[in-house]
Design a protein around this ligand. Structure first.
Ligand code: B12
Length: 218
C-alpha cells in the first residue's frame, strides 16, 4: 500500500507533467515493493487532474499528449510486476475496444492487461472502432462479454449505437462500458448492462460474470 504522502507526491508529479520526477517516484515505489495497482491508481488520479487543468485552460492539447506519454512510460515500468502479481483461473472470451470517434486507449490497455493476466482471451479491436466492426467481430468470436471503452461525451452515441447493433444481431451476453467520465445515467442512455471507471473493479466484474456461466469456463 502506498502511504498517503507518497501517493500525493506521485499524483502531483503526474498532474504537473513532471515526467522524470514521476518516473523516478514510480521506480522508487517499485523497488520498495509497492503494489503496482496502487501505483497505477495514483497515476490515474494524476491524469484526472491533468484533465481538470485542461478544462480550466491551464493546459492545452500538448499537456494531454504529454500526460499520455508519461502514463505510457509508467505502464512500461509496472507491467511486468502486474503480470507477476495478478493471475487467476482460466476464463472466457472478451471482445474489447474503444468506440468510434474516440482514440483514448490507455485505460482500455490496462483493462486488457488485467483481463489477460486472469487468462481471459481478450480480442482488442483498438481505438475508433465502428459499431459495424464490433458487431462483425462479435458474430465471429461469440464472446462471453463485450467491453466498450470511451472517454469522450461525444462518444456516448457511438456506444449506444454499438450496443443496439450488437443486440439486433443477436448478441445476448453482458455488455460493460468503461471510461473515466461515465455514470449510471450514461449507462442507461447507452443501454449497456454495467459501467465502471476502474479497471480492477471491471476485471473483478468480468470474473463474477464468468462464474455465473460455469459451462463457459474451460
Ligand atoms: C491522456 C488524455 C488524452 C490523450 C490520450 C492518449 C491515449 N493514448 O489514450 C490524447 C492527447 C490523445 C487526448 C486527446 C483528446 N482528448 Co483527452 N484526455 C486525456 C486525459 C488527461 C487522461 C485519460 C487517461 O488516459 N486516463 C488514465 C486512464 C488509466 O483512465 P481511464 O481511461 O479512465 O481508464 C480506467 C477506467 O476508466 C477503466 N476503463 C477504461 N476503459 C474501460 C473499458 C472496460 C470494458 C472496462 C471494464 C474498464 C475500462 O479502466 C481504466 C483503469 O482503471 C483525460 C482526463 C480524464 N479525466 O480522463 C482527457 C479527456 C478524456 N480528454 C478530453 C478531450 C476534450 C480530448 C480531445 C477532444 C482534445 C482535443 N482538443 O483534441 C482529444 C480527443 C481525441 C479523440 N478523438 O479521442 C476530455 C473529454 C471531455 C469530454 N467531456 O468529452 C478529457 C476528460 C479532459 C477534460 N477534462 O476536458 N486525450
Amino acid at each position: 500500500m502506498g502511504n498517503p504522502d507518497t501517493n500525493a507526491t506521485l499524483i502531483a508529479a503526474v498532474s504537473d507533467l513532471q515526467e522524470e520526477r514521476a518516473l523516478a517516484l514510480v521506480r522508487q515505489r517499485m523497488a520498495a515493493g509497492d503494489d503496482p495497482l496502487r501505483i497505477i491508481e495514483a497515476c490515474q488520479e494524476g491524469m484526472r487532474q491533468v484533465g481538470l487543468r485542461y478544462e480550466r485552460a491551464e493546459y492545452y492539447l500538448a499537456g494531454l499528449i504529454m500526460a499520455g506519454e508519461i502514463f505510457s512510460q509508467v505502464m512500461d515500468l509496472v507491467r511486468p510486476s502486474v503480470r507477476r502479481q495478478v493471475s487467476g483461473q482460466a476464463s472466457g472470451r472478451i471482445l474489447l475496444g474503444t468506440v468510434e470517434g474516440d482514440i483514448h486507449d490507455l485505460g482500455k490497455n490496462i483493462v486488457n492487461m488485467l483481463l489477460s493476466c486472469h487468462h481471459f482471451a481478450v480480442h482488442d479491436l483498438g481505438v475508433d472502432v465502428s459499431p459495424v466492426t464490433f458487431a462483425q467481430h462479435a458474430a465471429r468470436l461469440q464472446p462471453h462479454i463485450v467491453g466498450l471503452s470511451g472517454l469522450l461525451t461525444s462518444a456516448y452515441d457511438a456506444m449506444r449505437e454499438t450496443v443496439a447493433l450488437l443486440r439486433d444481431q443477436g448478441y445476448e451476453g453482458p455488455i460493460i462500458i468503461g471510461g473515466g467520465q461515465l455514470s449510471e445515467e450514461v449507462c442507461r442512455y447507452v443501454d449497456a448492462d454495467y459501467w465502471t471507471m476502474d479497471g480492477v473493479a471491471g476485471t473483478e466484474l468480468c470474473q463474477r460474470l464468468m462464474a455465473a456461466i460455469p459451462s463457459a469456463v474451460s
